[in-house]
Design a protein around this ligand. Structure first.
Ligand code: ZN
Ligand code: ZN
Length: 263
C-alpha cells in the first residue's frame, strides 16, 4: 500500500490551524519544501535523510524556503540519521540556480558540497522516481509567470493516478491531465472576493467538480482556517464530495489501484 501524507494544507499565509501545503508520499517523496518543511517532517517522524526524491512545483517562498534546512540536516546529521544516497531533486531548468542561491543566502559556505554532491539534479519533464512505485510527468499551470509554475501527474504502478496542481488558477492543462486520473489535489489559495486568475477560489473548485464529477477532489493550500480553529477565514461550504484536507490527513492507495482518505 502507498500513502500520501498531507503535512500541511494551508496557503502562503499559513491560516490558523494549517501549516504551509506539503505532501509526503511513502515517507520518501516530498512535493515542495515550505519554510517549515523540517518541523513538518519531524511531526511525521521522518528525517530529511529518509527522503529520496523532492519535486518542485514553482519558485514561491511558501514552496521553497525550507530547502536549505533539508540540505543542512542531510549534510550535518545524515551520518547519524542513516542517509544513504543523494537526494534526487526534480525541477525545471534554472532550478539549480534558484535553489543553490537560496542555500548560499541561508547558510553561506556551509552547503556548497551538499549542493554539488548530495543532490542529483534532474530537469527531465517526466520519468520514473527510482526505487519507488511512482512515475511523474510535469506540466505547466497558470500561476505567477515569474515562478515558472508547474503541476505533476503522478502514476502508481497499480494504475492509480493523481494530479497535483501545485499552485494554479483554472487552466486547460489541468483539465487535460484530469481526464484519466483518480484524484486531483487542487489548491484553493484565495476566497471568492479575491479576483486572481493565478489561484483557485471556492467557486472555481465547485465549477471544476461539476466538470469532473468522477474524480475525487482533495483541496489543499487552503486560505481558510482549520476546523478546530476559532479565528481566521471561515471554511467555505463545498459539495460534500469534495474533501477539504486537514493537516495530517492521509490518502491510501492499495495494490489494486483503489484509494481511500483517512481509512
Ligand atoms: Zn503557494
Ligand atoms: Zn505560488
Amino acid at each position: 500500500m502507498s500513502e500520501v501524507l498531507f503535512l500541511g494544507t494551508g496557503n502562503a499565509f499559513s491560516p490558523p490551524g494549517r501549516m504551509h501545503a506539503l505532501a509526503l508520499i511513502d515517507r520518501e517523496i516530498l512535493i515542495d519544501s515550505p519554510p517549515t518543511a523540517l518541523p513538518q517532517l519531524r511531526i511525521a517522524g521522518v528525517s530529511p535523510s529518509d527522503l529520496n526524491h523532492l519535486l518542485f512545483t514553482h519558485w514561491h517562498a511558501d514552496h521553497t524556503f525550507g530547502f536549505p534546512f533539508l540540505l543542512l540536516d542531510r549534510d550535518k546529521m545524515g551520518a547519524i540519521n542513516g542517509k544513504k544516497g543523494p537526494l534526487s531533486v526534480h525541477c525545471r531548468p534554472g532550478g539549480y540556480d534558484v535553489l543553490s542561491e537560496l542555500c548560499r543566502i541561508g547558510f553561506p559556505g556551509s552547503l556548497d558540497n551538499e549542493i554539488k554532491k548530495g543532490v542529483a539534479w534532474d530537469h527531465a519533464e517526466s520519468g520514473h522516481l527510482s526505487g519507488t512505485n511512482w512515475r511523474f510527468e510535469r506540466f505547466p499551470v497558470s500561476h505567477t509567470p515569474e515562478t515558472d509554475p508547474h503541476g505533476y501527474k503522478l502514476s502508481h504502478e497499480s494504475g492509480f493516478c493523481m494530479v497535483h496542481c501545485g499552485d494554479s488558477g483554472p487552466c486547460q492543462k489541468i483539465e487535460e491531465m484530469t481526464q484519466d486520473s483518480d484524484v486531483v489535489i487542487i489548491e484553493m489559495g484565495v476566497p471568492d472576493f479575491v479576483n486572481s486568475p493565478h489561484h483557485h477560489n471556492p467557486t472555481d473548485v465547485i465549477e471544476f467538480w461539476r466538470r469532473h464529477p468522477e474524480v475525487q477532489i482533495l483541496v489543499t493550500h487552503n486560505f481558510s482556517k482549520s476546523p478546530n480553529s476559532n479565528h481566521g477565514f471561515e471554511i467555505p461550504e463545498l459539495p460534500e464530495e469534495i474533501i477539504q484536507l486537514k493537516d495530517g490527513d492521509r490518502l491510501f492507495v492499495k495494490e489494486n489501484g483503489s484509494f481511500s482518505v483517512n481509512i
